[in-house]
Design a protein around this ligand. Structure first.
Ligand code: SF4
Length: 388
């Protein structure tokens, strides 16, 4: 599954030339953070990489990360060229441009008196923090982990090299007016209001795995535990991954990097409804991952050192997945990973406490969480900026 993440100069030129400079900019309209591919492609064609990178970074503080991990369902699905042959590979162009140009932070606006606390330094928290500080607000970003980034840090390095994460995070950490407090767990946002913060943005994500609520649940390892310390589970031979979204895909990618070849994926949905890009589904097939669509695990059994999975067949009827009584047995797994998704903590209601990102929405991509963090910051800031 190792693919070239960036274009060479010649291939970049080739891809840039595919852009039709559409006046109505469907690519920009489809981008959750409003990046303008029409503009940055035009600048890159003129060899003005600095302006191209600046335009991306103004909208997206995690532009290179998003270029590497964004799903195709946004700008590329909307690209006019996709109706003719193939879409312009906007994501890869974006990643290549930002890989070429080192980042610079913009000047902040006039300093404001309000103090903002943000809890959770994943994409939503980062989006909110960067938006606040660029508009002159003092911001403290809390995270219970040692490093900022949240779930970004769990994306396998085959998709997202650590040096890219470090580069984009160090630019965020160097922002004036931003204080970052890691290794600090905040469970009750009211405490922060009592400490003198005017507003709190809770962007705590979905750091806990959702349960399947089936018999034998205790025999599974959840994706958060597995992705945090995958090497603790070695050696592995035959693994089951339950789930059909990005976290399931991340688990499979890490297993492949660990040299595990016998991987089976179980999903309630049919293949065409998997919540990952079609190209990634094709990669799974090429890599000979054994896919079991329309299979809902109903029981995990322990047999000696191994585990068996009993799965019920599902059918799609009137857009609804129905679990049938037809069951199959799959035997001999060393490890069963529950990768169906995450859930968030209970929420405190208060007029000065706002929720952003995955803890508010259903599981989402990095760019959607980032966009929600940015929008939440504007929701708080706009009335304040009007007052001045
Ligand atoms: S939609 Fe595609 S072809 Fe049109 S401007 Fe955007 S990237 Fe270029």
């Amino acid at each position: 599954m190792t693919k070239k993440l960036y274009y060479t100069k010649a291939l970049l030129k080739n891809e840039l030339d595919k852009c039709l400079s559409c006046k109505d900019k469907p690519c920009q309209l489809a981008c959750p953070v409003g990046c303008d591919p029409n503009f940055f492609i035009k600048k890159a064609k003129e060899n003005d990489f600095l302006s191209a990178a600046k335009s991306i970074r103004e909208k997206n503080p995690l532009g290179e990360i998003c270029g590497l991990v964004c799903p195709s369902k946004f700008c590329m699905q909307a690209c006019t060229r996709s109706k003719m042959d193939y879409p312009v590979n906007i994501k890869k162009i974006q990643a290549t441009i930002l890989n070429e140009v080192s980042s610079e932070n913009d000047d902040v606006r006039e300093k404001r008196k309000e103090k903002i606390a943000i809890v959770g330094a994943g994409p939503a928290g980062i989006g909110a923090a960067v938006t606040f500080v660029k508009n002159g607000f003092s911001c403290t970003l809390f995270d219970e982990n040692e490093k900022i980034g949240g779930m970004i840090n769990l994306i396998p390095s085959s998709r997202l090299p650590i040096k890219v994460i470090d580069k984009e995070f160090s630019s965020i950490l160097s922002l004036k007016n931003l204080t970052v407090k890691t290794n600090e767990k905040i469970t009750n946002p009211i405490i922060l209001l009592n400490k003198g913060y005017d507003y709190v943005v809770m962007a705590t994500g979905q750091g806990q795995a959702k349960e399947l609520n089936i018999s034998g649940e205790e025999y599974m390892v959840d994706w958060v535990k597995y992705l945090k310390q995958p090497n603790c589970f070695l050696p592995l031979k035959k693994i089951a991954v339950i789930g059909a979204g990005n976290v399931a895909l991340d688990c499979v990618n890490i297993l492949k990097m660990q040299g595990v070849n016998d991987i089976e994926m179980f999903m309630r949905r049919p293949l065409y409804l998997m919540r990952i890009d079609k190209e990634r589904v094709m990669e799974l097939i090429e890599e000979k991952v054994n896919l079991h669509p329309n299979m809902a695990p109903v029981k995990i059994e322990k047999k000696g050192k191994n585990f068996n999975i009993v799965s019920a067949k599902t059918i799609l009827k009137d857009d609804e997945l129905i679990q049938t009584k037809e069951e199959s047995l799959y035997e001999g797994f060393d490890l069963v990973i529950n990768a169906i998704g995450g859930k968030s903590d209970n929420q405190v209601q208060h007029q000065n406490i706002f929720y952003a990102g995955e803890c508010k929405m259903k599981a989402s991509s990095v760019v959607e969480s980032l966009a929600d963090g940015i929008q939440t910051a504007y929701k708080i800031m706009n009335p304040l900026l009007k007052k001045k």
